[in-house]
Design a protein around this ligand. Structure first.
Ligand code: KG4
Ligand code: ZN
Length: 337
């Protein structure tokens, strides 16, 4: 069964055809990232305009690359929440029109659910239940994935998401956007024990807080600037990355032990981080837990993960009609139709 997936929640306009939730037949992405780099972060208005310009061509290309027409497609899956509202609306409205014109069912897909589904792609063996650390630019969650469409939030960030904190720290250090990728690249050149950043304790041991770490980096940089000292960019990047990864892995490990999970999965843009991937492998080796990491090309936003999750939502009976709206926020566990 072939599902067409459409994604436009942030700065990537993406479409893909995936067969039976796991086999990628095409994966087309048009990104407006280069333009956002000029401003040090995603400019929502620019993202929406670029989506509107490229969505038609991207979907056409995804169908062509998969050697398909709409006649071969079972359903149209689209990201409807959470994300930048103007950006989401482009994908949702295009998908509504396409579904209506072709007479195919429309399947709404939650963005974080699709990040988790990136792990099902090209891997027939991975199936729920498992414990997943979902870390992206906008979210940091520890999620119990009970089934393909059944989720329970165990922990989440109280303030900044991990990716957001990495991006802001990267900007303060004068590194190119997105800071997460830049910090990952430069960290091997630095000493990760040069600076010690706080590991905040929350009332729930599974929740995160990254704004204190972020402020600590900003203050360190500003103090050095005021004293006219050279900023040790690589040391600060490596130490900050270690601080973030310590928090993520520490809480994930505690949640897995407390809730009895021996199957661990990572998802979202930050799951591309080499330090996080290495530390997750070490943790799982130590406990004899299994670990699934998404392929690097499916860590960031893409249409294949939407088509994959769309397949599982579709067979669970999830459908939307032409009244489907987009939502900037939507909890992963309550996103039901
Ligand atoms: O999942 P994603 O592509 O978009 C959202 O749903 O937000 O995640 C984007 C985030 C950005 O904050 C970016 O800096 C981060 O993922 N990121 C990384 C790496 N690659 C992307 N963070 C750390 N290390 C990386 N290699
Ligand atoms: Zn994302």
């Amino acid at each position: 069964m072939k599902i067409l997936g459409i994604e436009s929640s942030c700065d990537e306009t993406a479409a893909s055809v995936v067969e039976d939730g796991r086999t990628v037949l095409s994966n087309t992405v048009a990104s407006s990232l280069e333009e956002h780099k000029l401003y040090g972060g995603v400019v929502p208005e620019i993202a929406s305009r670029r989506h509107a310009e490229s969505i038609s061509g991207v979907v056409k290309q995804a169908l062509e690359d998969a050697n398909c027409t709409m006649d071969d497609i079972e359903a149209v899956a689209v990201t409807y929440a959470p994300g930048l509202i103007g950006a989401l609306l482009v994908g949702v409205n295009f998908a509504k029109g396409l579904a209506l014109a072709s007479g195919k069912p429309l399947v709404p897909v939650h963005h974080l659910r699709s990040h988790i589904a990136a792990n099902y792609i090209s891997d027939a063996d991975i199936e729920p239940p498992f414990l997943c650390l979902v870390v992206s630019g906008g979210h940091s969650h520890i999620v119990a994935v009970k089934d393909y469409t059944k989720f329970e939030i165990i922990g989440k960030t109280r303030d900044d998401a991990a990716g957001e904190a990495l991006d802001k720290a990267g900007r303060t250090l004068g590194l190119p956007y997105p800071g997460g990728i830049s910090i990952d690249r430069i960290s091997p050149e630095g000493d990760d024990s040069a600076f010690s950043f706080p590991h905040p304790k929350m009332s729930s041991p599974y929740d995160f807080s990254f704004s204190g770490l972020k402020t600590a980096v900003i203050n360190t940089v500003h103090n050095a600037q005021q004293k006219g000292e050279e900023i040790p960019v690589a040391d600060l990047a490596a130490s900050f990355q270690k601080g973030v990864v310590d928090c993520l892995i520490g809480n994930l490990e505690k949640a897995a032990v407390d809730f009895g999970y021996d199957k661990i999965v990572l998802a979202g843009g930050v799951s591309a981080n080499s330090c996080l991937r290495r530390r997750a492998k070490e943790m799982c080796n130590n406990h004899n837990w299994s670990l699934k990491l998404p392929e690097l090309r499916y860590c960031g936003d893409n249409g294949a993960m939407v088509a994959s999750q769309g397949y599982f939502e579709y067979i669970a009976g999830v459908r939307a009609d032409e009244s489907l709206n987009a939502y900037a926020t939507m909890p992963i566990d309550l996103a039901t139709f």
